[in-house]
Design a protein around this ligand. Structure first.
Ligand code: ATP
Length: 312
């Protein structure tokens, strides 16, 4: 697998405060790589150092196999950036904004014209190309932000929380377009504190907290790495306490408590333990009124590693 970004021992300090503290990352060409972490974890700072927007205090960054500090100008030609804050001119039209960014990246003439049209078509803004940016809805502004970032057809696209403040439909549109860009060969680095977005689009993820990468791998690998299993909430028609005695004895059950009349059951990971509980309850003629199942996810991984929730 070809590494398109290699980061070693990255440190970034703001005066005395260490915002990025010895980060190592290897990002493969063609993947959608997620940087997940709570507010202030150091995701944007990491991204901004990789983009050369912030000077690093220590460590090395290589992109396309080249040392960033020596080949910054050349590398930047093949990199795009969708910043967290909207980065276009409010008083210009969509087409003028994207053309401006295309020119900044050195596009001219027919190539510029075609690339601008493609970027606006891809983001669904071609029909509104003459509209002034400040009159656009939140979702359209986010899409314009993306169009400006991809006009020069970068090989790597950094996206810093590109769905902040958009409605669910626009969010889904943005996530779908990221998948299409990726299928067309673009490597995407995506930061968010929404675990659901990472689960929807990313192949691998680095979880950050206090400037450090505390876990790195595919979503399945990270979930497999923790001991927390499935949690089952079960409401029975009657005989809840009798059910507790039964369930506690079953294989794979690590805890079973009565919380306000609802059974809170913690299970080891395998599916067969859940089947075992159901079979036993039915055999003993317990009547189930309702049940919910909570499988471990990236939030659980974060909780187990740090003792806190992603969005605390
Ligand atoms: N210019 C700055 N000067 C001083 N401290 C800063 C500066 N920028 C960021 N920080 C601090 O560095 C830490 C990491 O910030 P950063 O923006 O990288 O986090 P983040 O994970 O991207 O958070 P968010 O999800 O809120 O964007 C925070 O504690 C933040 O307050």
């Amino acid at each position: 697998m070809k590494m398109i970004i290699e980061v070693t021992g990255l440190v970034k300090r703001y005066k005395d405060y260490t915002a990025v503290d010895g980060v190592n990352l290897s990002i493969q060409e063609g993947e959608i790589f997620g940087l997940l972490g709570p507010n202030g974890a150091g995701k944007s700072t990491t991204m901004n150092t990789l983009l050369g927007l912030l000077k690093i205090n220590n460590g090395t960054v290589k992109m396309f196999g080249k040392d960033f500090s020596k080949h910054a100008k050349e590398i930047k030609q093949s990199v795009g950036y969708v910043p967290q804050d909207l980065a276009f001119f409010e008083t210009l039209s969509a087409i003028d904004n994207v053309t401006y960014w295309g020119k900044l990246y050195g596009l001219r003439g027919k190539e510029l014209h075609t690339s601008v049209q493609e970027a606006l078509e891809f983001t669904g803004l071609w029909d509104r190309r003459k509209g002034i940016a400040k009159t656009f809805s939140g979702g359209m502004k986010r899409r314009l932000n993306i169009a400006c970032a991809i006009v020069h057809k970068p090989r790597i696209l950094f996206m810093d929380e590109p769905t902040v403040g958009v409605d669910p439909q626009s969010r889904n549109n943005i996530l779908e377009s990221i998948k299409i860009m990726n299928q067309n060969g673009m490597t995407i680095i995506y930061t968010t504190h929404y675990m659901e977005e990472i689960e929807a689009i990313c192949e691998r993820v680095a979880i950050m907290d206090f400037g450090k990468v505390i876990a790195l791998g595919s979503i399945d690998e990270l979930i497999d790495s923790i001991s927390t299993g499935t949690r089952l909430s079960l409401e029975l028609a009657s005989n809840t306490d009798a059910a507790i005695s039964l369930i506690k004895e079953l294989e794979g059950v690590t805890a079973c408590n009565n919380i306000n009349g609802v059974l809170d059951i913690h299970l080891e990971k395998e599916e067969r333990f859940l089947t075992g509980i159901m079979e036993n309850l039915i055999r003993k003629e317990f009547k189930i009124k309702s049940m919910t199942l909570e499988k471990p996810n990236l939030e659980t991984v974060f909780l187990q590693l740090t003792g806190k929730k992603l969005r605390d």
